[in-house]
Design a protein around this ligand. Structure first.
Ligand SMILES: Cc1cc2nc3c(=O)[nH]c(=O)nc-3n(C[C@H](O)[C@H](O)[C@H](O)COP(=O)(O)OP(=O)(O)OC[C@H]3O[C@@H](n4cnc5c(N)ncnc54)[C@H](O)[C@@H]3O)c2cc1C
Ligand code: SF4
Length: 568
């Protein structure tokens, strides 16, 4: 007997921050949802087994065989079992360029290991082009078709779902949010940085992170191990794997299909609308089709764009929803600079506490340049710092301390509380010539699906800003009383390294210059949505995931309503 063809209300592709939030909204609105995910569904109790591993428990003291991890990013002996290995699952880069693409193929995507810093974008970040007159900005880039006020209610919802901690600071550059608890107190070194910041007029505030500080629905509060990079066995941090998916599994209107590598969106030739997707089963390598009234791509900014580029047809020769020619373009990522460290010598020899903290640092240094009341600098826009300090359970700096025996151990112990560091993230402007495309030389992924080639590099403004980030980092550390550890000013690592890659299918009011409308709906295919960071129009210094979650939430509510009205 022929099997009945299921037509879902919505297919969502990918289960990270974007796809996970979309599933949460659509399933709770009563839609019959199929969530397609390329990776497996992990059990946090077994998968995150390095969360509390000491170096001496790991082969090669956790450093790997000589050279094993050289030239890699994110992938280490502690994380190799979590990330897609870029030397095995290749992608291409254009000559003279480089790109660090960080992928996790599993339910939850990169929310399994993200650092949880959750920041709202400001009004200026949504209107960078037009707000320059008011605040002395520059007019570069493009305005979003939505404002901060449009997204604020969805930031509220996303923060509530994710369990963000933070404090209300009333700073326009970093709008306050909906926090479940105040940030844990600053460590000693952080208190000195706060004082140092005051001396030179740079505000230093409590950080905001999606980490639970109280029990919630079977998830424990953070136990301050500081090892979020390796997963979290107590599910204290937000991930879609532990926060959203468990509440959807078992619901009649929710189907999770893991091991499904989506290749392309299928179109109905008569209506021009999406009718579903084609995917490859990652185990048996067979090709399948799944059908729905609406398709929502949330596979991560680069991957959703790749799916659209791979969905080209006779009528969509440049890729689906791409008659504007901007699909793949305006690729952005924060760039990293000002990563320097110091010793707060006043704290030398002080008592050693376990300062590992809730996923690292407890303070945050918001953008302070080219804003009302801030410093005017020669580069456009600005940057943030994420500081860290305090005694570490495993003081990695010990490798750089001279000596041996008892005096070496004493020196390490004495220095441990004095450790302080800054990590800067700068705003990258949107450039048409930063883009990804299907590899013209025919590289395929392991399933035979055409792979991306990246063409992205930092431009003059980012490089100029990077120097300023180092200068100000030194100024801040000195103001806090730190002795700066000698360092050399390297160029920022290549685009992608901050893992805040966004853009490539941006939203806008004008179909000639954008791929999506202000509700993340493809201008050209009304029942096709891209709900992830591909839709972002600017990439301010703030880490992007909270904004991705809020945008996905807003798009999903609109999608559900349009479907109810039979308008899709
Ligand atoms: C170490 C680290 C630290 C970070 N720290 C922060 C931070 O502090 N703050 C912050 O804001 N952001 C941070 N990020 C970035 C953050 O993780 C991402 O912005 C966020 O996860 C993006 O969500 P997404 O849903 O768009 O993509 P992802 O989380 O990557 O999810 C994409 C999903 O799609 C699936 N998928 C991919 N391709 C296909 C396909 N073809 N078919 C089916 N499924 C597919 C993947 O398996 C995955 O589940 C960090 C990332 C890393 C790696
Ligand atoms: S620091 Fe907290 S949130 Fe991070 S892994 Fe440890 S327990 Fe989990």
């Amino acid at each position: 007997m022929a099997q009945k063809r299921v037509v879902y209300d919505a297919i969502i592709v990918g289960s990270g921050a974007a796809g996970g939030v979309a599933a949460h909204v659509l399933v709770n609105k009563g839609l019959n949802v199929l969530l397609l995910e390329i990776g497996p569904k992990w059990d946090r109790n077994t998968q995150f087994y390095t969360e509390h591993s000491w170096p001496y428990e790991m082969p090669f003291r956790g450093l790997g065989k000589p050279g094993q991890y050289d030239g890699l990013w994110k992938v280490s002996a502690y994380t190799e079992h979590l990330y897609v290995h870029p030397r095995i699952d290749l992608y291409a880069t254009a000559p003279g360029t480089d790109f660090h693409w960080t992928r996790i193929h599993a339910v939850g995507g990169r929310t399994n290991t993200w650092a949880r810093v959750s920041l709202r974008m400001s009004e200026w970040d949504f209107k960078p082009k037009s707000s320059y007159k008011e605040i002395g900005q520059d007019g570069a880039g493009e305005d979003w078709p939505i404002s901060y006020q449009d997204l604020a209610p969805y930031y509220d919802k996303a923060e509530d779902l994710m369990g963000v901690f933070g404090t209300r600071e009333n700073l326009a550059v970093t709008p306050d949010g909906n926090y479940h608890a105040p940030t844990p107190p600053p460590r000693c070194g952080e208190t000195l940085l706060i004082k140092g910041g005051k001396k030179i007029g740079i505000p230093v505030i409590p950080i905001r992170k999606a980490i639970l500080l109280r029990n919630r629905e079977g998830r424990s509060p953070c136990h301050y191990c500081g090892n979020c990079d390796y997963g979290c066995q107590t599910a204290s941090r937000f991930s879609t794997l532990d926060t959203i998916i468990p509440k959807l599994i078992g619901r009649k209107n929710f189907t999770l299909r893991t091991g499904a590598a989506v290749h392309r969106v299928l179109l109905d030739p008569k209506t021009g609308k999406a009718r579903g997707v084609e995917f490859i089963d990652t185990k048996n390598r067979r090709t399948y089709e799944a059908y729905a009234k609406v398709v929502a791509l949330g596979a991560g900014a680069m991957e959703s764009t790749r799916i659209l580029l791979n969905s080209k047809t006779r009528h969509h020769e440049n890729g689906l929803a791409n008659s504007s020619g901007v699909l793949g373009h305006y690729l952005m990522d924060n760039f990293k600079a000002g990563m320097i460290g110091g010793w707060l010598t006043d704290l030398k020899g002080g008592e050693v506490f376990n300062d590992d903290g809730a996923g690292g640092g407890h303070i945050y240094i918001p953008r302070h340049t080219n804003i009302k009341g801030g410093r005017k600098v020669s580069a456009l826009r600005g940057w943030q710092y994420q500081p860290n300090s305090g005694s570490a359970a495993f003081p990695g700096f010990a490798r750089r301390v001279d000596g041996f025996g008892a005096s070496f151990k004493k020196e390490v112990r004495d220095l441990n509380p004095t450790r302080v560091s800054l990590a800067g993230f700068g705003e990258c402007l949107p450039y048409f010539d930063n883009y990804c495309e299907i590899d013209p030389d025919g590289l395929n992924d392991r399933y035979g699906i055409p792979q991306l080639r990246f063409n992205a590099k930092w431009h003059d403004n980012e490089l100029k800003m990077a120097e300023l980030m180092f200068d100000t980092a030194e100024e801040l550390l000195r103001a806090a009383g730190a002795e700066i550890i000698p360092y050399s000013r390297a160029l920022p690592p290549p685009p992608g390294d901050a893992t805040h890659e966004v853009g490539t299918a941006r939203m806008g009011d004008d179909p000639k210059t954008s791929v999506l409308n202000k509700f993340n709906q493809a201008h050209e295919v009304k029942n096709l949505f891209v709900v992830d960071g591909a839709s972002l129009v600017s990439n301010p210094e703030k880490n992007c995931t909270l904004t991705i979650a809020a945008v996905a939430w807003r798009a999903s509510e609109y999608l559900a309503e349009e479907l109810r009205k039979k308008a899709l």
